[in-house]
Design a binder for this molecule. Sequence first.
Ligand code: PLP
Length: 449
Amino acid sequence: PTAELQALDAAHHMHPFTANDELAKKGARVITRASGIYLTDSEGEEILDAMAGLWCVNIGYGRDELADVAARQMRELPYYNSFFMTTHVPAIALANKIAELAPGDLNHVFFAGGGSEANDTNIRMVRTYWANKGKPEKSVIISRKNAYHGSTVGSGSLGGMAPMHAQGGLPIPDIHHISQPNWWAEGGDATPEAFGLACAQELEEAILELGEDRVAAFIAEPVQGAGGVIVAPDTYWPEIQRICDKYEILLIADEVICGFGRTGNWFGSQTVGIQPHIMTIAKGLSSGYAPIGGSIVCDEVAAVIGQDEFNHGYTYSGHPVAAAVALENLRIIEEEDIVGHVQQVAGPYLKEKWEGLMDHPLVGEAKIVGMMASIALTPDKASRAKFASAPGTVGYVCRDRCFGNNLIMRHVGDRMIISPPLILSPADIDEMIRRIRKSLDEAHQDLID
Ligand code: PLP
């Protein structure tokens, strides 16, 4: 029975990003099965998952091919590693496939268990790169406020979320944060274009202030996800690329969310027109069916790192079962042209419906790239006013209404966001938008009362 499961859950299971006291009071929803874009809970309710789990189930739930591949691989070779001059076929095949898909000379893959571990790899990799080039003082990594790059001590330091830094003594030394290009919340009277340019130029100002000879790398998501699906104005990325080129700063694109079709291209870097030296990948790499992530590294960085032993690695780097599952996931994305579906079918249809939400009294801004999208909730569209309540209060109201309407949507402050499975059909999009509108209407009513 659900109540019994909830009590056992609260008694012994500590949930990520959750106040466990609240969990004990309310009880978590117990998810038992999933198929396509729908989850089923222990009460038999069907829930439309507009977040694809945690932005990861790109091909949708319930693909037997991945289960079959996992079972086969477990029987054949359930575990081995690539430390100490050994390797195995799934890791070889997956690394080669990723190198084929990645743009430019991003030809080398260092595997990790997920995105956080991969970003920790990146910290050590860029610092080792500069040390091997005889410039060990180049150790500062610049990131952005409100960014999320993972939860380990290293990746949490790269991230710019104040509540995360407040717990556990983050950030580690030599990490610096500049503004995120969130025009709606922070753009003031500037045009989006002017604001985008100013945010990018903060990178140059930081480099000059910290010292050109001290800055190793800049890391950012092509479209900031957990920070609120913040789509940078068009002026932003060309200027970032120019500054990185000018000062020879390594550019790290965190593609953990944006990668593998989410933005309508294989990688978000292609959507925003940048060529990074390193990409962080995870989530959509296996559509969440197995935990796997990694760093895709360009020829030059890989060559310099490879001059010496890189004292870094995880027991599960390139895990054979996870690698085989990821390879099968990439085969499905390619064979079913899921990236094309996002670019030509689902993305344009969702964009039309999403931007249509602007007619709702609570919605001040609607942003979308491919299949990741956000709306800003406001009491006054013209002035871009914030609600008087603590940030997030209204977002919570809206999120809970979605939950009540069997729709998983997430809130970030007073922004509501989606990142659905990429396989959504136009009919699925209609159903999702119907539930969103109903939830917004109810939230609006709650706020008026
Ligand atoms: N980077 C980004 C952009 C993410 O969104 C996430 C997770 O949400 C991570 C890194 C961390 O990945 P993981 O949770 O697999 O460690």
